[in-house]
Write a protein that binds this ligand. Structure first.
Ligand SMILES: Cc1ncc(COP(=O)(O)O)c(C=O)c1O
Length: 475
């Protein structure tokens, strides 16, 4: 675990520190220029029909005792290394989903589980611990350096040796809890700005913000919402990238607008710069708090700390929520908010027992330090380009199956299908050939690999997808 002292040390660490072995170097960024798609993986090699008695007994025990809210294939994962995982039958899989965009540094990374676990596991928030403040400072510093939350790129720490400031962080344990926190903050700000009726919330079709009642109320999927109604009142639903009607959607009584800059579960749909700017402007007009849920698309998945760092400050939110990759699989979430609204949250207005624990924050600090190292970012950007080039070939080879455009940015990518039955099949067939990918929305296959993925992994994942698409095209 690296301890970073002053801000100048932090700057040195971020800008000049020789890269640790966080990211593998790959030799060539030249795209596989095959004239034809790969058909090497036509045969299903990972079919889970024949399990040993040991595996069968784990599956039986799980089925008998675990709440049946997940539809899972009949195998049991036992261990992993980097982008690969193995099951209890010894089958090896390429995890090109990174535990749903979580394992940014891959599996079983040396150094991720901190020595901190043997020192101080939990303190509660009744007392200070060293790491919560350090991780919060790192998040704010990186946001100011790379741009985000209203800070233009390069708005670095004001002075060396001083605390960074300019924003605040609240730590939670998951993404849905981070969004709950953000919505609560917006409600309180709304009441202070516009009185007791300024409580309306705006979200968008295709959004996924979590499963707790508040987050679920803005997750506009009837499959998730309907069984649990009634949900929060006063939620209005708009359409991503639709400029028309923004004035009626975001009203004087709106306190919060929540949006993913790139929708993950909803189908890898990116919000445009023009639309985010209009949304920001409208929020300012009515005094609504703009929340960007970057739980899936943030923390370097698009090559910068936030997906919205690619846009100028007039497209930025008041609050960013994060979770998934922050501690590479150790549970943590966070709300990052502008100082201008932070004052509303006084002692006792919000809290958590576990959030901001020394272990979660020490691990988060370690992970974020490595993800943000310049060389890591450069290598990631190179692999992003390679993945994009390979994926762009697929609609050309399979125009009858695939939509023309590859969705998303960086290492959050979606393949759109013309037939909504196909994505689920492709995910299953890829798994039977040893590669994990995910569905997204009604019509997409989602690729959210570890951020230190290498060229061989991209080649394997895309070769398998090509083989699967080939089989489907022959039907
Ligand atoms: C964009 C987004 N927001 C919120 C969540 C909920 O996070 P969690 O499952 O950690 O509660 C998810 C989870 O997939 C997500 O992708």
């Amino acid at each position: 675990m690296k301890h970073l002292g002053s801000i100048s040390a932090l700057r040195y660490h971020l800008r000049a520190r020789p890269t640790r072995v966080a990211f593998r170097v790959f030799s060539s960024s030249t795209v596989n220029s095959a004239a034809e798609p790969s058909t090497r993986y036509k045969a299903a090699t990972h079919v889970a029909s024949s399990s040993s008695p040991a595996t069968t007994s784990i599956l039986v025990r799980s089925q008998a005792n675990l709440l049946g809210v997940y539809a899972r294939p009949d195998f049991v994962l036992s261990h992993g290394k980097g982008s690969y995982v193995w099951d209890t039958e010894g089958r090896k899989y390429l995890d090109f989903s990174a535990g749903i965009a979580v394992n940014a540094l891959g599996h079983a990374d040396e150094g991720v589980l901190a020595e901190q676990a043997g020192k101080l596991l939990h303190t509660s928030n009744v007392y200070h611990n060293e790491w919560a403040g350090r991780l919060a400072e790192l998040l704010i510093t990186l946001t100011r350096m790379e741009g985000g939350l209203g800070f233009a790129t390069g708005t670095g720490p004001v002075s060396t040796g001083a605390v960074t400031g300019g924003a605040k962080v609240f730590f939670s344990n998951s993404g849905t809890e981070a969004n709950e926190g953000a919505l609560k903050i917006a409600r309180k700000v709304g009441k202070e700005r516009g009185g007791s009726d300024k409580t309306g919330i705006v979200c968008f079709e295709g959004a996924f913000h979590g499963r707790s009642m508040g987050s679920l109320s803005v997750t506009t999927n009837p499959k998730y919402q309907a069984p649990f109604a009634p949900l929060l009142p006063g939620v209005a639903v708009g359409r991503l990238n639709e400029l028309e009607g923004l004035g009626e959607l975001v009203r004087e009584d709106t306190c919060a607008v929540i949006v993913e800059p790139i929708q993950g579960e909803g189908g890898i749909n990116a919000a445009s710069e023009e639309w985010l700017r209009a949304l920001r402007k409208r929020c300012d007009e009515v005094g609504a708090v703009l929340i960007f849920d970057e739980i899936q698309c943030g923390l370097y998945r698009t090559g910068t700390i936030w997906a919205h760092s690619a846009f100028p400050a007039d497209c930025h939110p008041d609050i960013v929520t994060m979770a998934k990759p922050l501690a590479n699989g150790y549970p943590v979430g966070a709300v990052l908010l502008r100082d201008s609204i932070a004052d509303t949250m006084t002692p006792g207005t919000h809290g958590t027992t576990f959030g901001g624990s020394p272990v979660a924050c020490a691990v988060g600090h370690h992970v974020l330090s490595r993800l943000s190292a310049r060389e890591s970012v450069a290598q990631m950007n190179e692999i992003c380009g390679y993945l994009r080039e390979r994926l762009e070939q697929l609609p050309k080879w399979y125009p009858s199956i695939l939509q023309t455009n590859i969705r998303g940015r960086g290492l959050i990518r979606g393949l759109g299908f013309k037939d909504v039955e196909k994505p689920g099949r492709v995910v299953g067939m890829a798994r039977e050939r040893g590669v994990f990918v995910l569905t997204a929305g009604k019509d997409a296959v989602r690729l959210v690999p570890s951020l230190n993925v290498g060229k061989p992994e991209v080649d394997l994942a895309v070769d398998v997808l090509e083989s699967v698409l080939h089989i489907i095209s022959q039907e």
